[in-house]
Every structure is written in C-alpha cells, then in structure tokens.
Design a protein around this ligand. Structure first.
Ligand code: FES
Length: 106
C-alpha cells in the first residue's frame, strides 16, 4: 500500500543543522536537517517522554538532551540507553521546496 504524503513545512524553515517541531494528524514530529538529509521522528524520547528537540547530532544519531539516550535518525532504533524502546520515524519527501511526511499509521 502506498503512503499518502502530507506537507508539513517549507524547506526554508529548516536550515542545515536545524530542528523543527511539526504536527501531523495529532502526532508531534521532530524534523531534523543533518548532513544534507531531512529526517522525521517522534518528538518525544521513549525514555521519559521528554522532548528530543535540542538534542545534538552525532553521526547518524540524535542524543536526547535530558539523559543522553541515542536514537538512529534513519530508523529510530536505540543506540544508547537509558531508553530501550525505539521511536517511530517517518518517510520524508521534498517536492518543490516543500517538506512532506508520510501519513502516520492510525
Ligand atoms: S528523556 Fe530522553 S533519555 Fe531520558
């Protein structure tokens, strides 16, 4: 089944190294622009439900600013604790300078 992609931001809102919180169908999502790629992941860390916004990038991971859990930007898997549950990530497309995210599963 093909996912429907929905526009969430203009590329100018997310410069290289930047992060942007967006909402898509009641889900809060963090857009990250790192090393030329745009990633969309859960806004909240799976450890203590605190925001991942402001986390630093290390290689292909984002480091939670609160207790240091690390998640892969590409697939949300845990690379370092204290979190143990993966976070969701969402397919991203760029079309005519717009950032689109695949509609989350209900
Ligand atoms: S809330 Fe992210 S590591 Fe604790």
């Amino acid at each position: 089944m093909r996912s429907k992609f929905l526009t969430v931001a203009h590329i100018s809102e997310l410069p290289e190294g930047g992060q942007l919180r967006v909402e898509l169908e009641d889900k809060e999502i963090l857009l990250c622009h790192h090393d030329g790629e745009i990633y969309a992941l859960d806004y909240y860390c799976s450890h203590d439900r605190l925001s991942l916004e402001g986390g630093t990038f290390e290689g292909d991971t984002i480091v939670c600013p609160y207790h240091g859990a690390e998640f892969c930007l590409k697939n949300g898997e845990v690379r370092a604790g204290p979190a143990w549950e993966a976070i969701d990530t969402y397919p991203v497309k760029i079309d005519a300078e717009l950032i689109l995210i695949a509609e989350p599963d209900p």
